[in-house]
Design a protein around this ligand. Structure first.
Ligand code: SAJ
Length: 433
């Protein structure tokens, strides 16, 4: 352990980050900036090629930050797992999606741990950052990475440390976001704390890898359940003839004991709709039903269909059938000001409108084309003539869109993000969630 601590102290520890996506890339940058020799390892040759050229493919990381690190030789990339042969620390940042039956898909974690085991040597630190169910590190990684070859806390160190990347967040980045760390043993936690302490301002140690795994799931379940709550409050408010957006903003004036969440057309991204289901799945194996998680998932998953029904109602009020109408979806990214469209509710909204017989286009300044969830389309031009459509539905509230022009030109706007609240104009043609 001392030898490893020494290497970390002297910034000589060789670090391999497995998976250089929106979590792994900022990590390799921070470690390289701190002076460590770092390899970004990924199965995707395109990411490896772009990183080697110092060309960023993640919105939050400018290429200008990558190039000097590549030129210095401290940061390299590879598709060859053999780079782990002389790694002192391996950090796993691979996806943890759900499969078709909404159960955890552990394929990427299993493959990464197999590869680490195949290239493992004494005195390695392995940290799992991928969001997963409590018990994964202890039940999957520890057996595979000790297996009678290495002794935990002596010549192999294993920990879990959840990622807390918020894509598009201009304030919080890897370095200034506190990092929770749980070690498989106290020695494992000490080594992990030393490593992350070299690049992150605040470290938050917890007592076990299970606790650290649960911290992350609580964080994201907290969001999913509260978003599900306000989505249901939106449905209730509409039936009561109350403006839910006004109510939430007024409730947010309470300086304590309240945190505003806002309704929307559904829950997107590869974290919030997915991570809580890792916890509810785990609880089912223990014969316990995680009711809040499942209820929130039901409500959040119904929001795209609810949004489609609002469009249909609004067209009907204008004496138009959805069937044969032309509808423009404004925004296909899963949240504002990002180009990521994974699990975006826009897909179900588009296919739902098409099932009603509407002709649907989408416009998104960040997403030129999509081929996902049964939708294969190109964005129309951002100077689209809104008047060409019978209805425009705002699904993503990108800040760069000219909503005043949309309000002037559109015949009808279904506003699922309250973007029209402060826009001057004829609000009689706006239907709000
Ligand atoms: N959403 C709502 N209403 C809200 C907030 C969000 O409908 O009040 C929707 C968004 O439009 C989006 C989805 O929920 O479709 C998720 O949004 P998000 O703001 O949680 O953003 P993510 O998924 O990119 O990132 C979250 C992180 N976000 C914040 O903390 C603000 C954070 O929870 C995690 O670090 C990250 O997931 C992760 O990787 O787990």
């Amino acid at each position: 352990m001392q030898e490893l601590l020494q290497k970390i102290e002297e910034r000589r520890a060789r670090i391999v980050v497995v998976g250089i996506g929106y979590v792994g890339l900022p990590l390799v940058v921070e470690f390289a900036k701190a002076g460590f020799p770092v390899v970004g390892y990924d199965k995707d040759p395109e990411k490896v090629r772009l990183l080697a050229l110092g060309e960023s493919y993640i919105g939050d990381i400018p290429s200008s930050e990558l190039r000097p690190l590549i030129d210095s030789g401290r940061l390299t990339s590879s598709t060859d797992p053999a780079v782990m042969d002389d790694a002192d620390a391996v950090i796993v940042c691979v996806p943890t999606p759900l499969n078709k039956t909404k159960d955890p898909d552990m394929r990427f974690i299993a493959s990464a741990s197999e590869e680490i085991a195949a290239h493992q040597h004494a005195n390695m630190l392995i940290v799992l950052e991928s969001t997963t169910y409590p018990g994964t590190t202890r039940e999957v990684l520890v057996p595979k990475l000790t297996r009678g070859r290495f002794e935990l806390g002596k010549d192999v160190f294993i920990a879990f440390s959840p990622e807390r990347v918020d894509p598009g967040n201009a304030t919080y980045h890897t370095k200034n976001t506190p990092k929770v760390i749980g070690g498989a043993t106290p020695e494992c936690r000490a080594v992990t704390q030393a490593l992350y302490g070299a690049i992150i301002d605040t470290i938050v140690p917890v007592s076990s890898t299970d606790a650290a795994e649960m911290v992350k799931l609580l964080e994201n379940t907290f969001r999913a359940v509260n978003i599900g709550l306000v989505n249901e409050v939106a449905i209730m408010s509409r039936r009561l003839g109350i403006d839910v957006w006004e109510v939430i903003r007024a409730a947010a004036s309470k300086p304590f004991g309240f945190m505003p969440f806002f309704p929307g057309p559904g829950l997107g991204g590869h974290c919030i709709p997915i991570d809580p289901l890792y916890l509810s799945w785990r609880m089912r194996t223990l014969k316990y039903q995680a009711r809040f998680i499942e209820l929130a998932d039901t409500i959040n998953s119904d929001m795209p269909e609810y949004t489609v029904s609002l469009v249909q109602e609004a067209l009907n009020a204008a004496k138009k059938a959805a069937n044969g109408s032309r509808v423009l979806v404004s925004g296909i990214a899963y949240k504002r000001d990002v180009a990521d469209y994974r699990e975006s509710p826009a897909f179900d909204i588009i296919t739902g409108l098409q099932k009603l017989g509407a002709t649907v286009d989408y416009v998104d300044p960040y997403v030129k084309e999509v081929d996902d969830h049964g939708v294969n389309m190109r964005s129309v031009s951002t100077d689209v003539a809104y008047a060409d459509y019978d209805a425009v539905v705002v699904v993503t509230d990108h800040q760069c869109v000219d909503y005043a022009r949309m309000l002037r030109e559109a015949k009808l706007v279904v506003d699922a993000r309250d973007v029209m609240r402060n826009v001057e104009g004829d609000k009689s043609k706006v239907v709000r969630l």
